[in-house]
Ligand binder design. Structure first.
Ligand code: PHE
Length: 376
């Protein structure tokens, strides 16, 4: 017998009226229907043809399954109704499953091999470490090498940890130096329990001393927020790495030596440091640390013109530090008569900007891949 070519169909199957309702007659009818379905599924092409195939078999209004109801079940004599009903039901399930299965198979591909394992896999581009995280890790590793461990605290803090325990009394004007973003709806709580976005990582000093007995050396990296309008040098979100060392007989010399070493490790051994008097409520005495300008080697002039990076001063201000104020020990149950220590805090963006020559802090946060992929 001549085999029909692909796409050229035998006379399409139509549901016959049954003359007889005996089991053998039903068997035959079912067999014919299923082989027609088999044939049609194997010849399925793409797109429209597949939709038409589905409608032809399953459409509610005039699909083959509906016709079976009309032509086989309804006219069945009373005594055969039960038998015919059961068969029709079983057949319906079978046809539905077969039609759906035929539709998920790719035309022309044996379903068993629908995945071609000889094709190359999907390559996902490998991301780069974000420059802020990278710089943060670099800073941390400098201090890890000096024996510091890493501590973290929450970015949403209470007034107590962010201010009070750091010796900022309620309503003290020193609080105004850190434009704070407060969480709304906290008025019913006592002031010290009210939540805010931490303005610095210094609260982790308090949390660490509450948890650990002296001697203690920790660095605390993390996100901080201030209510600053974003521009090239300001961002309402940025990162800091805090440091705290408490022991007996720790002196300002230790602080100077530690930070001088850290700056040399981060910016190169020719960098000099200078400590400039400053004020923080939680350190006394306090200092701002400046490094010799890495763009003009501290000379203040570059290519015969005043250096723009240090405003011709030869120095760049980089971080705050000081000896832990004895009042702070009072909040954590440390004995100020026996202990001394120092603390420091540095801005990660600021260090990254200097290290990588970035001219706009916003670049770190707006997710432009062209910027970020340079750090891959
Ligand atoms: N927390 C201070 C700030 O954000 C920096 C600092 C940390 C100063 C530790 C002294 C000691 O401005």
């Amino acid at each position: 017998m001549k085999q029909p070519r692909r796409g050229e169909r035998n006379v399409a199957y139509t549901v016959p009226k049954l003359k007889e309702f005996s089991p053998t007659a039903l068997d035959k009818a079912v067999e014919k229907l299923l082989s027609a379905l088999e044939q049609e599924s194997s010849e399925l092409g793409n797109g429209d043809e597949r939709k038409a195939f589905r409608d032809r078999w399953l459409a509610r209004k005039d699909g083959i399954l509906t016709q079976i109801n009309e032509l086989w079940l309804k006219p069945a004599p009373k005594d055969a109704k039960r038998e015919v009903g059961q068969r029709v039901n079983k057949l319906k399930g079978e046809v539905e499953a077969k039609v759906e299965a035929a539709l998920v198979q790719q035309p022309g591909i044996n379903s068993e091999f629908a995945i071609d394992i000889s094709l190359p896999g999907i390559r996902r581009p490998i991301g780069a470490e974000h420059p802020i995280i990278r710089t943060q890790n670099e800073i941390i590793s400098v201090f890890k090498n000096l024996g510091y461990s890493v501590a973290e605290g929450p970015a949403i803090e209470t007034d107590y940890y962010n201010f009070e325990a750091l010796n900022f009394p309620p309503n003290h004007p020193a609080r105004d130096t850190q434009d704070t973003i407060f969480i709304a709806g906290q008025e019913s709580k006592p002031q010290r329990d009210r939540l805010l976005l931490r303005t610095h990582t210094s609260p982790v000093q308090i949390r660490s001393m509450e948890k650990m007995k002296p001697p203690l050396r920790v660095v605390c990296p993390g996100k901080v927020h201030r209510n600053d309008a974003p521009d090239a040098t300001h961002s309402p979100i940025f990162h800091q790495v805090e440091g705290l060392a408490v022991d007996t007989n720790i002196t300002f010399c230790d602080l100077k030596g530690t930070l001088d070493h850290a700056m040399k490790a981060l910016f190169g051994s020719s960098v000099k440091t200078r400590f400039y008097p400053s004020f923080f409520p939680f350190t006394e005495p306090s200092a701002d640390v400046q490094i010799s300008c890495i763009f003009c080697d501290g000379t203040g002039t570059r290519d015969g013109a005043p250096c723009r990076n240090c405003k011709a001063s030869g120095w760049i201000e980089l971080l705050g530090c000081g000896m832990v104020d004895p009042n702070v020990y009072g909040f954590v149950g440390y004995d100020p008569a026996k202990l001394s220590g120092f603390a420091f805090g540095m801005g990660v963006e600021r260090i990254a900007i200097l290290k990588y020559g970035v001219d706009d802090i916003q670049l770190f946060f707006n997710g432009d891949v062209r910027f970020l992929e340079q750090f891959g």
